[in-house]
Design a protein around this ligand. Sequence first.
Ligand SMILES: Cc1cc2nc3c(=O)[nH]c(=O)nc-3n(C[C@H](O)[C@H](O)[C@H](O)COP(=O)(O)OP(=O)(O)OC[C@H]3O[C@@H](n4cnc5c(N)ncnc54)[C@H](O)[C@@H]3O)c2cc1C
Length: 295
Amino acid sequence: ARGLFAGLAAHAIAPTSGFATSAIALVFALAAHENGWPVPRGGSQAISDALASYLREQGGTIRTGSEVKRLDELPPARAYIFDTSPSALARIAGLGSAYSHYRYGASAFKIDYALSGPVPWTAEAARRAGTVHLGPDARTIDTALRAAVDGRDPSVPFLITAQPSLTDPSRAPEGRHVFWVYGHVPAGWEGDATDVIERQLERFAPGFRDLVLARAVSGPPELAARNANYVGGDIACGAFSGLQTLLRPKLARVPYATAHPAVFLCSSATPPGPGVHGMSGHHAAKAVWRRLRAA
Ligand SMILES: Cc1cc2nc3c(=O)[nH]c(=O)nc-3n(C[C@H](O)[C@H](O)[C@H](O)COP(=O)(O)OP(=O)(O)OC[C@H]3O[C@@H](n4cnc5c(N)ncnc54)[C@H](O)[C@@H]3O)c2cc1C
């Protein structure tokens, strides 16, 4: 039970004894007991596609493929809502040092696999699970998180793994599987964690390596290059440390508002943070609505 709870808490990339990490673990546990952790049919892209089609239905238009560097590149509007890091927003909207105290956290090392068969977990129950955590115990999990946060190389990483093709057969040809795994590494880390990760997988699923048809590896530099919000490869867009765990991006009555009356922030650098998709945007939209109605 301790190992299970520590694994849930470790989704916040912070030592498991950190501020409010037990609350985060409880949210994950409640969601798991309510419905299980859902896996979108067709992949996470299906969620973006559904949201995009709803926006279009409401008359919205979407432009992709261009990085916004300055506010004045955008057409005139009553409100601009940025899904960016606070540091990027300060540069884009000329907010000076408004977020200079905002801290970014440790990163992840992620591997995506194509497998010739299901992961051969020794534990029978794990073979039916969409998500499997490899700690295996609370102490090892805490040590792994602490190393990443303190800037040390991973030795026995805590791994979060998922095998979506178990519940969504559309993800892979019949009999084959897709599987991803990530462990935690220091911010900006440029090493290769493939071997330490696969050693840990082999420990709990002997024969895993023999099933690998292909792998795609992303460390902090690749994650950061793919998404500007992942500063130093921090997939949470901000460290879970001290009050910043809850009060993001800084202590403010309306954390989504900025010093510019028309500019708002809606990314996971705002409450309630990452891992609760859409809620930051939902609250930011309400803040914008209140501002526009008051104007
Ligand atoms: C490997 C991995 C596994 C995860 N697993 C889970 C999970 O199982 N469950 C869960 O709930 N969460 C999970 N998360 C976390 C979740 O993906 C994030 O918390 C969530 O996507 C954050 O949403 P966001 O809107 O803040 O930013 P993002 O989804 O990162 O979107 C920001 C977008 O803005 C774009 N952008 C940034 N700057 C600019 C700019 N200047 N101009 C134009 N575009 C810009 C970026 O390219 C990006 O497309 C996972 C994350 C990773 C990386």
